[in-house]
Design a protein around this ligand. Structure first.
Ligand code: ATP
Length: 307
């Protein structure tokens, strides 16, 4: 994979009348899968549509594969796949015909039949677009975005409203794209999707990127994690605390149910189990609750992700 950024956005500002939708946004996406997360109205779609060349920045610069999406659109178009939420499709066209048509516009398209099968669209290949279900339309839009073997794909909420099976098929397809060296910019409302698929996550709020990093980095940088164990009631929690690093808390929440909060790393786990061994305690259950991306998001934005 090339290591130069696939998308570079600098100081992007985009206003709609008096409303500033994007407010000096900086974003660098490297090869791989980048998830763009943010609460409703944060400016995700506006940013992505500017990268796709559908919107003109009021100020700032946008480069996609090193090119200007407005001035170099002709050069960029065959190299980039875009999944449109809706529209742009003649409602009477049949699903398979449409996909074959898009495939023909590209020099080295994917195998259309295999892609149809892959996305579970086999039963509706001859169905006119307007008669497809919402989920089928969405999978077709995904197929149309990737069939040309682009170097980079923009996927705007690709699994919104899909059933679990279609969602898994979409995830598998995105993983395969990544393995083939295709970069993906993915906006999503699903934290688990970002955690599962993304090499890098950018959290957008009020028109700016407020945090960016791998899911692990973001979760590590966030608040404390929790370790729970159960043992006999009435253990000397004060003595356990003395064995633990400063800034760690420990408590017996209910008889025999203990909770340790702090930076839970392998060393801390080892300290707790060795303290138990020294005190003749056999913990019958021990668990670590990792801080999730959802927690980080909530802490940073103060908002729930879902609408
Ligand atoms: N065409 C438009 N005209 C006026 N205001 C707009 C337009 N498009 C978006 N906005 C406003 O700009 C802000 C950012 O919208 P945008 O769609 O980029 O956010 P988003 O993060 O994609 O939100 P969502 O998760 O709800 O899709 C919102 O306040 C929205 O209402």
């Amino acid at each position: 994979m090339r290591s130069e950024p696939v998308v570079q956005v600098q100081a992007l500002v985009k206003r709609y009348g008096t409303k500033t939708a994007v407010d000096g946004l900086d974003l660098v996406a490297r090869p791989g899968v980048t998830a763009v997360l943010g609460p409703n109205g944060a400016g995700k779609t506006t940013t992505v549509e500017t990268c796709e060349g559908y919107r003109r920045p009021d100020s700032g610069t946008v480069r996609v594969l090193g090119l200007d999406p407005l001035r170099q659109a002709g050069e960029l178009r065959p190299r980039v796949g875009v999944m449109l939420q809706s529209g742009g499709v003649y409602s009477g066209a049949r699903a398979e015909e449409m996909l074959r048509h898009v495939a023909k516009l590209h020099a080295h398209p994917l195998d259309v039949a295999a892609l149809i099968d892959r996305l579970g669209l086999g039963s509706c290949g001859r169905t006119p677009y307007r008669r497809l279900s919402g989920g089928q339309q969405q999978r077709l839009a995904l197929a149309m975005a990737v069939v040309g073997r682009p170097e980079l794909v923009f996927l705007d909420e690709p699994t919104a409203g899909l059933d679990p099976q279609a969602r898994r098929a979409t995830w598998d397809l995105i993983r395969d794209l990544r393995a083939d060296g295709v970069s993906v910019i993915l906006t999503t409302h699903h934290m688990d999707e970002a955690e599962q698929l993304a090499d890098d996550v950018a959290i957008i709020d009020a028109g700016r990127v407020i945090a960016q990093g791998s899911p692990e980095e973001l979760c590590r940088g966030g608040a404390e994690n929790t370790l729970r164990f159960s043992g006999r009631p009435g253990l000397d929690v004060g003595s356990l605390l003395k064995a633990l690093p400063p800034d760690t808390a420990a408590a017996e929440l209910a008889p025999g149910a203990y909770r340790v909060t702090g930076r839970v790393d392998p060393q801390l786990l080892a300290t707790v189990t060795s303290w138990c061994a020294q005190h003749g305690v056999m913990p019958d259950r021990i668990s670590v609750e990792r801080h999730t991306l959802e927690d980080v998001f909530l802490e940073l934005t103060g908002k729930e992700l879902r609408a």
